[in-house]
Design a protein around this ligand. Sequence first.
Ligand SMILES: [Zn+2]
Length: 295
Amino acid sequence: MALPLANTQAPGVYRLKVGAFEVTVLSDGNLAIDRGLFAGDAAGGDKLLDKAFLPAGPIPTCVNEWLVNTGDKVILVDAGAGSSFAPTLGKMRGNLAVAGVDPQMVDDVVITHMHPDHIPGLLAKDGSMMFPNAVVHVNADEYAFWTSEQNSAKAPDEFKVFFDLAKVAIKPYADAGRMQTLRDGAQFAPGVTAAAAPGHTVGHTMVRVSFGGGELLIWGDIVHCAALQFAEPERAIVFDSDPAMAIANRKKVFDMVASDRLLFAGAHLPFPGVGHAARSGSAYAYVPITHAEHY
Ligand SMILES: [Zn+2]
């Protein structure tokens, strides 16, 4: 029988149980990242990407967000790119609907960092607040950095848009008194806490979910390309504000998740981007979870 092709991917929604909590990974879509944005020798990088069966050319890269449902509270971690950054992104809202969540139900939004693939989705297409009942939490140094006119003025031209998008996205929440700055260790609900891991940006923040025997580290942008950076953690990306610190914290987090056998979730790991890290000499290998594992 002739069946028309769907010509589109199925919704990007993945649920896992973390103790008594439910975490839903929401896809915001994907972005092609130029290979040249990563540090290190190009030939060695190509070899790693080829070994991962990735196509030649730009690296297909997922963008993921997370909804933590504690039973009492709905906490969104990151808001995605919204409609203003790239046409292949901004799918989070549709996936939220597929997950059965109205944006009005969201109590808190934690922003891992204010880059344009993580924060513009705070706004609806008309510029109003997408999550009108939520308090938005951003690391204090991160907020100060991206809202500084001086920093924006001295940024290279291609990065000015990062400042513009960040400022526009946070403003309605700040104006409405719905923005709170956070420090390392801040608690959003019992068992949901902030863990600083700066370097990629000045206030890059992870979220640790630890409740009822379940553990998940939502690590934001510790990794931008699994095929390159687990094997060679020194391969920084050009968007790191402090590459040396980003590398040091990547290594520290890898060491922790490998030693503690801690489950993690990453913004740019292939959807749903949840797994473990296995130590392999001085490097690591990414071991994604299976679909059946957590439900
Ligand atoms: Zn990112």
